[in-house]
Ligand binder design. Structure first.
Ligand code: AMP
Length: 180
């Protein structure tokens, strides 16, 4: 593990049994209170994509927005939003996905991306992978290609990143945490 990865990992706060028993919530808010950690995380993603051929970043509601807007600024790329249902104005398409209990939906605006676009799908964390897979489905429904899915944190025990990779989308994460 690199010094930067160790440092950022030490800044992320784990809150046991939140929002429900058994979940270890990986709280990234301390990164934004620590300019050094924020710079390390932002730089890691900017360096990865500086020479890539991605044309858009599709960022997932809501913590994904925080880092991806810094990336979009430095990489000079358009940022488009994948939001929870009911938050985006204008014409949208939505995609439902399963949660442990029940389901949820994410939405994109119809003109967010289109044929010929090569999209990076970005979120803060991959758990079961359901959110990113739903976002990838939306991007594809709009006619664009998903180049990669990226997140700060992977929870490999939940196998979401494996599912995403099995769907044909490469996955890039900065660090992994054991457990749920
Ligand atoms: P999933 O769709 O199961 O991959 O869940 C990913 C989404 O849920 C991300 O947008 C995360 O912000 C949130 N999430 C799921 N599990 C956790 C966790 N243990 N700690 C923090 N956020 C989580």
């Amino acid at each position: 593990m690199s010094y930067d990865e160790c440092y950022v990992k030490s800044v992320i706060r784990t809150i046991p049994d939140w929002p429900e028993p058994g979940v270890q919530f990986r709280d990234i808010t301390p990164i934004f209170k620590d300019p050094k950690a924020l710079r390390m995380v932002s730089d890691a993603f900017i360096q990865r994509y500086i020479d890539s051929d991605i044309t858009h970043i599709a960022s997932i509601d809501a913590r994904g927005f925080l880092i991806s807007s810094i990336m979009a600024y430095h990489l000079k790329l358009p940022l488009v939003l994948v939001r929870k249902k009911g938050k985006l104005p204008g014409e949208t398409i939505d995609q439902e996905y399963a949660l442990e209990y029940g389901s949820a939906s994410v939405e994109m605006q119809l003109d967010a991306v289109g044929p010929g676009d090569r999209v990076l799908v970005f979120d803060d964390l991959i758990a079961t992978g359901g959110t990113i897979l739903a976002a990838c489905t939306l991007v594809k429904k709009l006619g664009a290609t998903v180049s990669e899915a990226a997140a700060l944190i992977d929870l490999p025990d939940l196998q979401g990143s494996t599912l995403i990779q099995d769907s044909g989308v490469p996955v890039h994460t900065l660090m992994a945490f054991e457990g749920l």
